[in-house]
Ligand binder design. Structure first.
Ligand code: PEP
Ligand code: MG
Length: 600
């Protein structure tokens, strides 16, 4: 990674002493490489040096982004604009004035030209210099103007379209960011980052679900990360023990690195082959094992590891890969390929689980609380054109293949009925037009408490259910799954969460509807006995977890799991439940755990 002594934000040159930071492991493995700091909120970007040949193109990108931002601001500041109130339009008018100042564009162009750096970096540097001046002012009125500048910088950055999509990381990069968006992980995956380090996020954050699927070691929870690490720093990420070592001394490097190259990644142990897609407990209970797929290339390994099909395909991957909604035919091609790879067990395609900010990508549409906002099936029903397109693609793919539909973030029966009506209308139209279509089953994600409270009625309106414990935990406990600072309140083994899971499992048996657990719980050797003891008979997980889960199921008795759950039902706090589960797992089943999970 090139160094930049001019960089005002990130780059360090001096040899600094070794520093160690405690972190939380969210994807196992060890990596040694060079830090690349990612900046930005809705668009993430990093310092990239360009060649003289690329200079003109970079300047054109910048000017186009300025023109687009100016057009947006003109619209927003127009007195007739329905988008803006009077005070809002005057704020946007002030933004327009700042952005139209020719010297601003000229100074960014000058940075790109003289330092040969990417437009994103030059924009950020220039705005940061202005912001620093404003923040140093004694007059409060002027001081607060830096917020406007930040807002304008973000608009230009969005207009630049996210630099990371078109460029790659240098080899052996370790990505460092305050938080990592799943789309960024998808964009960067072709550059094979060695590891990820963030300030925010948790085990169930989509970015880390992806990291585990891609076998990229990752740690999180280091406060003020971008003040501690600089682009170019040598870093060791220990995703087994949850630590980051910056500027390691030689003896530390020797301890961690392979003598040959000086840089290495020790990835997770490959799971054992699991055979026919089922695991059987010692007393004969059969549990179905399925794969969660976020990145289609994962489908092939799910077959290798013997999963009985794809229990959950998070179709957002396609949205991220295409930088927006893929066409009907693009989706059809992707779904058909997945179904062919999944074999007779088939694939359950979840409709796009994205929020409105991802769809429209305009700062004025950004929600304060996207987890409770216009997202997932709500977004599909609010913009039925996109949902219809996705249904049509799934209908095509389901012709002579086992392809089913999962609706995300359903909150009640109306969501299901409206979606079903759209699906049926598309199916009838396609049949009339002579298109070959199948007849997919419809299932829902159970991840909102309202659906658990109505579970008997809900299950009678669907063909199957997927228990999304990641979101269910977040919504029951009102604890953001992506926010490290409330990780202490996000407790998968909270008695209230377990009660909900039990209600759903019982209702599944009563109504003879399949309930597949597909949150991260289903891939954990610690939680699997609890799920099985509560009556869950189908588990869908990251393909890298299949071997570990197969091993634990094959080594326990169903009766023991039921007994464990009985004990847990008398406990009243998450801490007590966690203790009890740990005690049972370690005393009875530690021989079934992967080596890095065994208590030392
Ligand atoms: C869940 O919420 O548990 C789930 C499987 O979906 P996601 O992690 O994609 O939100
Ligand atoms: Mg979910």
């Amino acid at each position: 990674m090139p160094n930049s002594s001019q960089g005002n934000v990130v780059t360090s040159q001096k040899r600094s002493p070794e520093m160690r930071f405690k972190a939380r492991s969210v994807s196992r493995g060890i990596a040694i490489g060079k830090a690349v700091c990612l900046m930005g909120d809705s668009r993430q970007y990093y310092l990239r040096h360009i060649s003289a040949d690329d200079l003109e193109r970079e300047l054109r990108r910048l000017r186009a982004a300025f023109r687009l931002s100016v057009r947006q601001l003109k619209k927003l500041s127009a007195p007739t604009s329905s988008l803006a109130s009077n005070s809002a339009s005057s704020i946007f008018a002030a933004h327009l004035l700042i952005l139209s100042d020719a010297s601003l564009l000229a100074s960014i162009e000058q940075k790109i030209t003289s330092e040969l750096i990417n437009a994103e970096w030059a924009v950020r540097k220039t705005f940061d210099e202005h912001i620093a001046r404003y923040r140093a002012m004694s007059d409060e009125h002027f001081r607060d103007k830096y917020l406007d500048l930040d807002d304008i910088a973000e608009r230009v950055m969005t207009a630049l379209g996210g630099g990371s999509r078109q460029i790659g990381l240098e080899p052996e990069s370790i990505v460092v960011a305050r938080e990592l968006r799943p789309s960024t992980v998808v964009e960067l995956r072709n550059s094979d980052p060695l590891a990820l380090i963030t300030e925010h996020g948790g085990w169930t954050s989509h970015s880390f679900i992806l990291a585990r699927e891609l076998s990229i070691p990752a740690v999180t929870g280091i406060r003020r990360i971008l003040r501690k690490l600089n682009t170019g720093d040598m870093v060791i990420v220990d995703g087994f023990n949850g630590q980051v070592i910056v500027n390691p001394e030689q003896k530390t490097l020797d301890e961690f690195s392979s003598a040959k190259t000086g840089t290495t990644v020790l990835k997770q142990e490959r799971p054992a082959e699991i055979g026919n897609g089922f695991a059987t407990t010692l007393d004969g209970k059969q549990i179905e094992l399925l794969a969660n797929v976020d990145v289609p290339r994962g489908a092939r390994s799910s077959l290798l590891n013997g999963a009985n099909g794809i229990g959950l395909f998070r179709s957002e991957f396609l949205f991220n890969r295409f930088g927006g909604f893929p066409s009907e035919m693009q989706q059809f091609a992707a779904y058909r390929r997945l179904a062919d790879q999944a074999g007779s067990g088939g694939v359950r395609i979840r409709t796009f689980d994205i929020d409105v900010g991802q769809k429209v990508d305009r700062s004025e549409d950004r929600e304060l609380n996207p987890a409770l906002g216009l997202r997932a099936i709500r977004l599909g029903l609010a913009y039925p054109h996109d949902l219809r397109t996705q249904f049509r693609a799934i209908l095509r793919a389901s012709h002579e293949r086992k392809v089913d539909i999962v609706l995300p973030l359903v909150t009640g029966i109306s969501d299901i009925e409206e979606s079903r009506a759209i699906l049926e209308k598309e199916r009838t139209d396609m049949l009339e037009d002579g298109v070959d279509v199948g007849d997919p089953s419809i299932g829902i994600m159970i991840e909102v408490p309202s659906v658990v409270l109505q579970i008997d009625d809900v299950l009678q309106t669907v063909d199957f259910a997927c228990l999304g414990t990641n979101d269910l935990t977040q919504y029951i406990l009102a604890a953001d799954r992506d926010n490290e600072t409330v990780a202490n309140w996000y407790r998968t083994l909270h008695p209230a969460v377990l009660k909900c899971i039990k209600m759903v499992a019982d209702a599944g048996h009563k109504h003879n509807k399949s309930v597949v657990a597909c949150g991260e719980m289903a891939g954990s050797p610690f939680y699997v006995p609890v799920l099985i003891g509560m009556g869950i008979e189908s588990l869908s997980m990251n393909t890298n977890s299949l071997g570990n889960v197969y091993r634990i199921i094959s080594g326990i008795a169903y009766d023991e799991a039921v007994e464990l759950v009985k004990q847990l039902s008398a406990l009243r706090t998450a801490e007590a439940v966690e203790q009890a589960v740990k005690k049972t797992v370690y005393t009875k089943w530690s021989h079934l755990l992967p080596s890095d999970m065994v208590e030392k």
